[in-house]
Design a protein. Structure first.
Length: 107
């Protein structure tokens, strides 16, 4: 991973978190756990964790619904000529880590 990719990953994760905070409903807590921009800068994956878990589908649907608003927010807060297409996913690794922690606490 290049230094530019690392910087963009950090920047986009922070901006995405700020956007989600300003547009999220009070019924869910959404955290950007990881952001990964492709080498060609045309696409990226944003990994999210949602609490409570039952709201995951609703949160992803709301993000897709507000995609144009998000793109405008990112354009205003970055100096990139072209924005990557962002794909949103629930962070399965984080869910697995939490499950392992839960199992270890039971012992």
């Amino acid at each position: 991973m290049t230094l530019r990719q690392e910087k963009l990953n950090t920047l986009f994760a922070k901006l995405l978190a700020r956007f989600l905070q300003s547009t999220a409903s009070d019924s869910s807590i959404v955290t950007v756990t990881h952001f990964d921009i492709a080498t060609d800068m045309h696409s990226a994956h944003a990994y999210l964790s949602v609490f409570p878990e039952k709201n995951e589908a609703a949160v992803l649907a709301a993000i897709e619904k507000n995609r144009d608003e998000l793109a405008e927010f990112l354009r205003k807060n970055t100096s990139m000529k072209f924005l990557p297409r962002i794909y949103f996913e629930i962070d399965k690794g984080e869910k697995n880590r939490q499950r392992i922690d839960e199992l270890l606490r039971k012992k």
